[in-house]
Design a protein. Structure first.
Length: 97
């Protein structure tokens, strides 16, 4: 029966370091190559753009008056707006522009 090859402690640590460095480099390369392409922006309807601009102006006015605490609340749906503005408004306020 052949004897197993004995490695010194330094050689085994060096082998682990090389393997770990190779794994980190491979992971970084895979993450860089599979970066998600930015999603194309969907056009916002004129109604939604006007509604968002109105909210932004109200927020700016509240901040100028010292009432800008970062809390925004809606008591009811604005008349004349469609439900499709909900997602655009949420994305705009979250900063997903």
């Amino acid at each position: 029966m052949p004897k197993p090859i004995r490695m010194s402690r330094r050689a085994s640590v060096a082998a682990w370091v090389v393997l770990c460095a190779g794994g980190i480099a491979a992971t970084a390369a895979l993450n860089a190559s599979s970066a998600a392409d930015p999603q194309p922006e969907e056009p916002v309807s004129a109604e939604c753009a006007e509604y968002i601009a109105d909210i932004e102006s109200r927020l700016a006015q509240a901040e100028r008056e010292g009432k800008g605490d970062g809390v925004l609340a809606f008591s009811r749906v604005r008349a004349g707006t469609e439900d499709d503005c909900r997602d655009e408004l949420r994305n705009h306020l979250r900063g997903d522009r």
